[in-house]
Each structure stands twice: as structure tokens, then as C-alpha cells.
Design a protein around this ligand. Structure first.
Ligand code: FAD
Ligand code: FES
Length: 244
């Protein structure tokens, strides 16, 4: 159930090249699933900016974001103690029920944050979780230690080979046996994952958005059952429903 809340900024600090972690305190009770997102207002910007929830509790939210333009640059300058107006509980999120015993989570760049909250919840259910995290280069790596602290299997790939396995996330998928896959990342990566995986999968699409709650149709995508709003029917879609 969507809500509009004022959150207190607890922390906002740099994690890696151009990547920041923001921890917010406030009423997050309408966030019910990993993979949901929030839409954050910043003074001076008409449109809110959407971010996946990286982790959440009843009274806290964490987002991890990359500075992509003026809105996210403004976020990076927000100080602890400031207040932010946030639409919470947006989108459907990932379903834990689909995971089977051995889920594989595949993330690329700023598609990785929602997979952290998912891994945490799947691990808490006793699932044997493996995570593949893809980056361009070592200086961009974030959340690796956080995933390891959950006790899940972690494989890091870098395009330039400066850390972990050299190559793309899809280069290592053949070494895993998995019951279901969950993924989030750039569209080209999602399509490659779609082509190289077997069995069922849940894909989070981070399309450009405006309202974030289904009213403006700015974020529609094609599915096997017709057009869907990524912000409302998604952002998570099942593999069999995707049309590229
Ligand atoms: C459901 C959802 C969840 C998201 N979660 C995260 C997250 O957890 N962490 C994170 O860093 N980012 C996330 N994004 C992307 C984030 O919303 C954009 O990077 C941000 O809104 C850009 O705002 P800006 O004002 O800084 O840049 P703008 O000036 O609006 O744009 C700057 C550049 O970023 C590109 N851009 C803007 N929005 C997107 C988008 N949705 N996908 C790809 N490129 C985009 C633009 O094409 C442009 O090149 C998410 C987007 C969606 C829709
Ligand atoms: S962003 Fe308005 S309908 Fe999705």
C-alpha cells in the first residue's frame, strides 16, 4: 500500500566511484517486499526520482544510488538531519515464494541494490543463495562485503578484470545450478541473462518514470499479456511474460 512520508536522513555517504548509500528513518511500514521502490522528492526538482529499496525495516529504509544527473548529484549533497518527502511502497517487488531451494541472484551496477534486501530475506528462510555482481572495474564495486556478511555465495565480475572474474555476469552463469533466478540491471544485461538462463526468473525493469504510481503511463512496457506499467504492474516481471 503506497504512502507519502517524511523521512529523516540518518546517513548519506560515498560507497564507491559515484555511488552513495542513503539511510533514512521514518515510517516504512508500507514497504513489504524486496524489489519495491520509493520515489524521492528533492527541492528544486519537479519530478521525484525513483530508487529501489536496498533494505528496509518498519522504521528505516536504505537506498544505494549512482550520480547520473542533476537530481542524484543533489541527493549526494543531502546532509544527515535533513528531511525528505518520499513515496513509499511502490511497485510489486520480488516474490520469495518462487525461489526454490537454490536461488541465483544476478545484478549489474545500480541494479544490485534491490538484490541485497532479497538475498537477506531468502537467506533468512534458509535458502542456498548465490549472488553474481557485475561491475565495469574494481573502483566501482559496492555492497560486496554486505552480501558476504549475509553468508551467501558471492561471485564478482569486472569487465576489465581488475577484480574478481574478468568479463560479464553472463560469462559465469554456466557454473551454477539454480532453481530460480532473480535479476536487476541495465536492459542489455537483462536481455543477455534472459537468453543464457534456464528455468523461471524474475526481472526488475528500471524504466524511466514520472509519477511512479500508475497515473501517467510514462513507463509502459510490452508483455505477453499486453502493455504494462513498470511502476505499477512491475517493476518485477516474470521471465515468461517479458517481450524484448
Ligand atoms: C524502479 C526504479 C528503480 C531504480 N533504482 C535505482 C537504484 O537503486 N539506484 C540507482 O542509482 N538508480 C536507480 N534508478 C535510476 C534512477 O532513478 C535514475 O538514475 C535517476 O532518476 C536519475 O536522476 P538524475 O536527475 O540524477 O538524472 P537525469 O538528469 O534524470 O538523467 C541523467 C541520466 O540518467 C539516465 N537515467 C535516468 N533515469 C534512468 C533510468 N530509470 N534507467 C536508466 N537510466 C536512467 C538518463 O537517461 C540520463 O542519461 C532506478 C530507476 C527506476 C525506475
Ligand atoms: S511512471 Fe507514471 S504510470 Fe508509471
Amino acid at each position: 500500500m503506497r504512502g507519502q512520508e517524511i523521512f529523516n536522513v540518518k546517513q548519506n555517504y560515498k560507497l564507491a566511484d559515484a555511488v552513495y548509500r542513503m539511510e533514512l528513518e521514518g515510517n516504512a511500514s508500507s514497504v513489504t517486499a524486496a524489489g519495491q521502490f520509493v520515489n524521492v522528492k528533492t527541492s528544486g526538482f519537479y519530478l521525484r526520482r525513483p530508487f529501489s529499496v536496498c533494505d528496509f525495516s518498519e522504521n528505516s529504509l536504505t537506498i544505494v544510488y549512482k550520480t547520473a544527473g542533476k537530481g542524484t548529484e543533489a541527493f549526494s549533497r543531502v546532509k544527515p538531519g535533513e528531511k525528505l518527502d518520499v513515496l513509499v511502497g511502490l511497485g510489486n517487488g520480488y516474490s520469495l515464494d518462487k525461489s526454490g531451494e537454490r536461488p541465483l541472484l544476478i545484478g549489474g551496477g545500480v541494479g544490485i541494490p534491490p538484490l541485497y534486501g532479497l538475498a537477506k530475506r531468502l537467506a533468512a528462510q534458509g535458502r542456498e543463495v548465490n549472488v553474481v555482481l557485475g561491475f565495469n572495474t574494481a573502483s566501482e564495486i559496492f555492497l560486496e562485503k554486505d552480501f558476504r556478511a549475509l553468508g551467501v555465495g558471492v561471485t564478482v565480475t569486472t569487465v576489465d578484470g581488475s577484480y574478481g572474474k574478468k568479463g560479464l555476469v553472463t560469462d559465469v552463469l554456466g557454473s551454477f545450478s539454480y532453481t530460480h533466478h532473480y535479476t536487476c540491471g541495465p536492459r542489455a544485461m537483462l536481455k543477455a541473462v534472459y537468453e543464457k538462463t534456464t528455468g523461471g526468473g524474475s526481472y526488475s525493469l528500471e524504466e524511466r518514470m514520472a509519477c511512479g504510481f500508475g497515473a501517467c503511463l510514462a513507463c509502459t512496457c510490452k508483455t505477453t499479456y499486453g502493455h504494462a506499467r513498470v511502476c505499477k504492474e512491475g517493476p518485477v516481471f516474470e521471465k515468461e511474460d517479458l517481450v524484448w
